[in-house]
Design a protein around this ligand. Structure first.
Ligand SMILES: Cc1cc2nc3c(=O)[nH]c(=O)nc-3n(C[C@H](O)[C@H](O)[C@H](O)COP(=O)(O)OP(=O)(O)OC[C@H]3O[C@@H](n4cnc5c(N)ncnc54)[C@H](O)[C@@H]3O)c2cc1C
Length: 262
C-alpha cells in the first residue's frame, strides 16, 4: 500500500528521500525553518527548508535534534520517555502439533517460557502464506533494547523459539522448515517513565506553528495504523484550512489512551 502511495506522490511531483535520517532541526521564533538529513548509506548531510514539517520520528529524538532554547523541564520529560522493544521469531512449519487452532493471536501464560504471544499468520489470511500446506507462526518476545534477550544471537534466538514452542506442546521440532528473526526497537511507547508529565512537552512543541507531530512514536501514543493515518490526515487538514491549534490531532485515540490506564 505504501509503495503505491509513494508512486502517487512521485507522480504528483513530490520527492521522496529514503534512507535518510533527520539529525538536526533548525528553528527560529517558534517555527521550524529547515531539517538536516543524513544519508544512512553515504553519510552525506543535506539541508531541506520547508513551510510545514510533519514528524513521525520518536518525539524524544525530535527534542534532541532541535536547535532551540528548550526549557530544562521539557528536556527532562523527553529524556525520561521509555519504550518497550520487541523481537519476533517467525517459524515456517510443515504443520502445527495442535492442528485445530483458528485464533490469529494467542497469549502464552506458561511461566517456564519467555515467549509472550504467538501469531498464526495463516489465520489472519491465507494470502499471508505462500504455500497453504505450510504454517507461518510468529513468536513475540517483549524486551528492552540491549537487555539479555536483545543481545542473543539470531541462531540462539531461533533455537530458543523452537525449543519453547516444542516444550509447551504447540509444534514438533522436526517440522520447522525455515525461520527468521526481526528486532523492532521502540515498538511500544510506554505510559510510564516521565509520561505523566508529557503535557509539558506537548505544550512546548505545539508552540511551533508549522510543526505537526503525528503517528505512534511521533506523538508517543499507542496509536495503531488507523489512528496514525488519521493523525496525519488531521494535520494536513489543519494546514489546508489554516488551523493553528493541534488539539484535534491529539484528540485522536484519546479514549484508547484512557483504556490503557488502570
Ligand atoms: C511489531 C508491531 C506490530 C504492530 N501491529 C499492529 C497491528 O496489528 N495493527 C495496527 O493497526 N497497528 C500495528 N502496529 C502499529 C503500527 O505499525 C503503527 O501504529 C504505525 O506504523 C505508526 O505509523 P507511524 O507513521 O507513526 O510510524 P512508522 O510506521 O514507524 O513510521 C515512522 C517512519 O519515520 C521514520 N523515521 C523515524 N525517525 C526518523 C528520522 N530521524 N529521520 C527520518 N525518518 C525517521 C521511520 O524510519 C519510519 O519510516 C504495530 C507496530 C509494531 C512495531
Amino acid at each position: 500500500m505504501w509503495e503505491k502511495v509513494a508512486s502517487l506522490v512521485a507522480e504528483m511531483g513530490g520527492q521522496l528521500v529514503q534512507n535518510s535520517k533527520v539529525v538536526k532541526i533548525e528553528t527560529q521564533d517558534k517555527k521550524i525553518t529547515a531539517v538536516v538529513a543524513k544519508n544512512q548509506v553515504t553519510g552525506e548531510e543535506t539541508r531541506y527548508e520547508g513551510d510545514y514539517f510533519i514528524s513521525t520520528m520518536p518525539v524524544k529524538e525530535l527534542i534532541e535534534a532541535m536547535n532551540a532554547q528548550i526549557p530544562d523541564t521539557v528536556r527532562e520529560v523527553s529524556s525520561g520517555l521509555i519504550y518497550r522493544d520487541f523481537i519476533t521469531v517467525g517459524l515456517l512449519l510443515s504443520k502445527l502439533k495442535l492442528p485445530d487452532i483458528t485464533d490469529n493471536w494467542i497469549y502464552i501464560q506458561e511461566p517456564e517460557v519467555k515467549v509472550g504471544r504467538l501469531q498464526i499468520f495463516n489465520n489472519w489470511s491465507p494470502f499471508m502464506v505462500k504455500d497453504p500446506n505450510t504454517v507461518w507462526v510468529g513468536l513475540e518476545y517483549f524486551c528492552n533494547e540491549k537487555d539479555e534477550l536483545w543481545e542473543l544471537s539470531e541462531s540462539d534466538m531461533k533455537a530458543m523459539a523452537i525449543r519453547e514452542l516444542s516444550d509447551i506442546g504447540i509444534i514438533f521440532k522436526e517440522d520447522v522448515l525455515d525461520s527468521v528473526v526481526i528486532k523492532m526497537p521502540k515498538t511500544y511507547p510506554a505510559y510510564f517513565g516521565t509520561y505523566d508529565r508529557f503535557g509539558e512537552l506537548k505544550s512546548y512543541v505545539d508552540q511551533f506553528s508549522n510543526l505537526f507531530l503525528v503517528g505512534r512514536n511521533g506523538m508517543h501514543k499507542y496509536n495503531n495504523q488507523d489512528h496514525s493515518m488519521l493523525t496525519a490526515i488531521e494535520a494536513v487538514r489543519n494546514i489546508r484550512t489554516n488551523v493553528s491549534g493541534k488539539e484535534n490531532i491529539w484528540a485522536i485515540n484519546a479514549e484508547q489512551e484512557y483504556h490503557e490506564e488502570k
